[in-house]
Design a protein around this ligand. Structure first.
Ligand SMILES: Cc1ncc(C[n+]2csc(CCOP(=O)(O)OP(=O)(O)O)c2C)c(N)n1
Ligand SMILES: [Mg+2]
Length: 274
C-alpha cells in the first residue's frame, strides 16, 4: 500500500466521522426529518472497500449510506443538503437520508428495504455480463439482511451465471436491537455463501488496511471473470440503530470495548510515522 492511498483513506475516515456527527447535531436541532441511520464505528468498511474500487464499478448501498456516497465522491454539501430535504441536494431533496443517488459516479442508490440491494446489484451485474464489460458491482448489506429471501435468490443467480458482483456484509452484530445469534441460525455470515459455491472470507472490519486488501483481491478475481465473491466485515456501530434509538439494549461495557478499537485511531497509528 502506498503512502498516498493510506493518507487518502485516513482523510476520508475523518471526513466521514465529522459528517455523521454534524448530521446528528442537525437532526437533534430539528433540521433533518424522518429517520437518520449513522455510520460512526464502521468507517473502515466503506473507506477500505470504496478505495479498492475503480470509477467503472457500480455501488449499491443501504439506508446507512451517507459515508458510502461521500467516499464515492458526492460532495459533502450536496449530501447534507439532501438530508435537509433541500432542492440543491444530490437528489433535489426528493430522496433524503436513505435514498442518495448519483448516476454519474455509478452510485446506484441507498435502499431502505432490508434485502433490496441484492436483486438491484445482481441485475446490474447481469447487464455488465451481457455486454462483456470490465466492470463490477459492489453490493452492501447488513448482518440482519442475510435472512431475507432475496439473499438466496440473488446469490444463486449470481453464482450460476458467474456475475461480476462483490457481496459485502457489514456485520455490526445487530439488526436494530436484536443481536446476531438471536436472529440468525448460522451466525457466521460468510459460511452462507458457501451454499452457492461463492468464495467467501471474514475480515476485521475495524482495520481499513485489511478491508482494502481483501476487497482488492476479491475484485481481482471478479475482473478475471471468476464470478461473484463474498466478504464479511466484522464491525460495530457506536451509536444506536438510528437517531430514534438510544441503543439501551447493548451493555455499556460492550460499547466501550469497541470504542477502544476505534477504526480511526487504528488508521492513524498505521498511517503516521512513529
Ligand atoms: C423488508 C424490511 N423489513 C424490515 C425493515 C425494518 N428495518 C429497517 S433496518 C432493519 C435492520 C437491518 O439490520 P442490518 O441488516 O443488520 O443493518 P444495520 O442497520 O445493522 O446496518 C430493519 C429490520 C425494513 N426496512 N425492510
Ligand atoms: Mg446490522
Amino acid at each position: 500500500m502506498n503512502r498516498e492511498t493510506m493518507t487518502a483513506m485516513l482523510h476520508d475516515m475523518l471526513l466521514a466521522r465529522a459528517f455523521e456527527e454534524r448530521a446528528a447535531e442537525e437532526y437533534s436541532k430539528g433540521n433533518i426529518a424522518g429517520f437518520l441511520h449513522l455510520y460512526p464505528g464502521e468507517e473502515a468498511v466503506a473507506v477500505g472497500v470504496l478505495h479498492a474500487c475503480g470509477p467503472a464499478d457500480y455501488i449499491v448501498s443501504t439506508y446507512r449510506e451517507h459515508v458510502h456516497a461521500l467516499v464515492r465522491g458526492i460532495p459533502a454539501n450536496l449530501i447534507m443538503a439532501e438530508l435537509f430535504g433541500k432542492r440543491d441536494g444530490c437528489c433535489h431533496g426528493m430522496g433524503g437520508s436513505m435514498h442518495l443517488f448519483d448516476k454519474s459516479r455509478r452510485f446506484m442508490g441507498g435502499y431502505a428495504i432490508v434485502g433490496e440491494t441484492y436483486p438491484v446489484a445482481t441485475g446490474i451485474a447481469y447487464a455488465i455480463a451481457m455486454r462483456e464489460l470490465p466492470e463490477a458491482v459492489i453490493c452492501f448489506f447488513g448482518d440482519g439482511a442475510v435472512n431475507q429471501g432475496t439473499f438466496h435468490e440473488s446469490l444463486n443467480m449470481a453464482a450460476l451465471w458467474h456475475l461480476p458482483v462483490l457481496f459485502v456484509c457489514e456485520n455490526n452484530h445487530y439488526q436494530i436491537g436484536t443481536e446476531i445469534h438471536r436472529h440468525s441460525a448460522v451466525a457466521e455470515v460468510h459460511k452462507r455463501a458457501c451454499g452457492y459455491h461463492i468464495p467467501a472470507r471474514k475480515i476485521d472490519g475495524m482495520d481499513v488496511l485489511s478491508v482494502h486488501q481483501a476487497c482488492s483481491e476479491a475484485l481481482e478475481q471478479i475482473h478475471a471473470d471468476n464470478g461473484p465473491q463474498f466478504l464479511e466485515f466484522e464491525t460495530y456501530r457506536f451509536r444506536g440503530h438510528s437517531m430514534a434509538d438510544p441503543g439501551s439494549y447493548r451493555p455499556r461495557v460492550e460499547v466501550q470495548a469497541f470504542e477502544k478499537e476505534d477504526p480511526i485511531t487504528l488508521a492513524i497509528r498505521e498511517t503516521l510515522p512513529v
